[in-house]
Design a protein around this ligand. Structure first.
Ligand code: KG4
Ligand code: ZN
Length: 469
């Protein structure tokens, strides 16, 4: 799904500049802010907000919780907005974990038409529906903007043209209603939503994050503190599922992954002997580009014509496609299993108290993936935490929830100006690593795709914590 028709470099050249590169989440106590805001109500578009909430006024309170006037924990209501790829999503979530609403508008028709995500088309599609999606999320939650405590929005990684639509909308809402704003890391959100689902899930834990654009193995030590055990050196597993679906002539309307999963149930997984990637690399990194090529060659050798939809294929042809789908899935997931096993060993050495493996991101909706990874966690006496499919694929709930987690630690930005100019420079982070690389896990097999253009979330948080302590 995250396969890009236009190259990512064209997206990056349009990257807007960073507003405040080092201190990414200013810290302040919430109480004064909440009281002031409630007293004042929505601010007039002519009021310059930032003079009231200058960084200098924020106190340094890294673990600040939101408190009401009696000093009790106050419940937060946060709007989350997600537009990093091809889903326009919004949700309203309470800090007690209650999901008040969840709205997702997907660009399935565009995916079918272009066979991948075309940034310009995706941006237009987001722009067309963003107001409606956010309004629907508020209406379904039976709240208005004035009931919100903050707005959370994905600022990276993703396509900058798409990120911009969500960030603009979030800043408009936050600016008009004088709400603090939390910039969210999309992959952190995939990991942390597991803590909304499984309230017993404590740090540290291991997370395997598998989506259209990312394949990450991380050790999560705390909110914002991650060690990257492994990543992909080329394509992510979701991209391999999507291309396999496309080349097999499957129905892409629900994205390629579910279509391959469904067809694979009919096939023989040992029919084609695909090679498991990166066997010789004793690390936790992934590679799916080679497997994609193997699949394409197998499809060509069987003379499968993708222009004939699977629904119209002969039974023999259908059987061949199912065998390839099943064989691909077995090896794609075996690659995950092997790297996960090693990641568990590495992580347990660093943090022997780990009890959970979280598997999240779009591909984690796959039942075969879940059942295979469950075997690994059982072997290591761990527990598997997999959010339900609607929270594995891109959604606004995970953004709102991650916003809540950071907000409760005092990490957020003050309200933007009520009347921000259309061409204001935005803090977008299309290539934004989540954590610092585990030294033992550094791969020599690096490709340009993993080049950094922004300091990792964890390094930014560490730097801002040092500054404020
Ligand atoms: O996390 P996500 O919604 O968006 C990105 O951040 O990329 O993941 C989308 C990816 C797509 O590649 C899609 O084909 C894949 O997740 N996916 C699946 C399944 N459902 C979604 N892959 C395999 N099996 C599934 N059931
Ligand atoms: Zn995602």
């Amino acid at each position: 799904m995250a396969s890009l028709i236009s190259s990512l470099s064209s997206t990056i050249s349009r990257l807007t500049l960073l507003r405040k590169p080092s201190l990414h989440f200013p810290v302040k106590t919430l109480r004064k802010f909440e009281v002031d805001r409630k007293r004042r109500g929505p601010i007039s578009p002519f009021l310059h907000v930032s003079t009231n909430y200058d960084f200098a006024h924020f106190s340094s309170c890294p673990k600040a919780k939101s408190m009401n006037a009696l000093g009790q924990d106050e419940e937060l209501v946060v709007l989350g907005i997600e537009t990093s790829c091809d889903d326009t999503a919004a949700a309203v979530v309470r800090s007690n974990g209650e999901i008040l609403s969840q709205v997702v508008s997907s660009q399935a028709d565009l995916l079918v038409r272009y066979g991948g995500v075309a940034p310009k088309m995706a941006e237009e599609a987001h722009s067309l529906v963003i107001d409606q999606v956010v309004q629907e999320a508020l209406d379904k939650a039976k709240v208005t903007e004035e009931d919100l405590s903050a707005v959370a929005v994905t600022i990276g990684p993703g396509l900058s043209l798409c990120l911009r639509v969500g960030v603009r909308k979030a800043r408009k809402v936050a600016g008009t209603y004088a709400l603090p704003i939390v910039g969210v890391h999309h992959m952190e959100a995939h990991a942390l939503v597991a803590r909304l689902v499984e309230r017993e899930l404590q740090f540290p834990f291991i997370a395997l994050l598998i989506s259209g654009g990312h394949n990450l193995l991380i050790l999560a030590r705390d909110v914002g503190h991650y060690i990257q055990l492994g990543t992909t050196i080329d394509d992510a597993i979701g991209e391999a599922y999507d291309k396999t679906a496309k080349w097999l002539g499957l129905d892409m309307r629900k994205s390629g992954g579910p279509a391959v999963e469904e067809l694979a149930r009919e096939g023989d997984e040992n029919f084609v002997k695909f090679k498991v990637p990166m066997k010789q690399h004793k690390d936790c990194n992934f590679s799916y580009a080679g497997l994609k090529t193997q699949v394409r060659l197998a499809i060509e050798s069987k003379n499968i014509d993708a222009s004939i939809p699977i629904a119209s294929a002969s039974s023999e042809d259908r059987r061949a496609r199912a065998d390839i789908a099943a064989s691909f899935q077995r090896v794609a997931v075996l690659h995950l299993e092997e790297k996960c096993e090693r990641a568990v060993e590495w992580a347990m050495k660093m943090e022997p108290s780990i009890k959970h493996l979280v598997v999240s991101g779009g591909v984690a909706s796959n039942q075969y993936v879940r059942s295979r990874l469950n075997k690994i966690v059982e072997k290591h006496a761990l527990q598997l935490v997999c959010p339900p499919p609607s929270l594995c694929t891109d959604n606004g709930v995970m953004i709102a929830w991650t916003g809540i987690e950071h907000f409760q630690m005092g990490r957020y930005d003050p309200p933007p100006p009520a009347c921000e100019p259309e061409d204001a420079m935005l803090d977008l982070r299309p290539r934004w690593p989540l954590g610092e690389e585990y030294a033992e896990g550094k791969s020599e097999a690096r490709s340009l795709k993993t080049a950094r253009v922004h300091p990792s979330l964890t390094s930014l948080i560490q730097a801002s914590t040092q500054k404020t302590s």
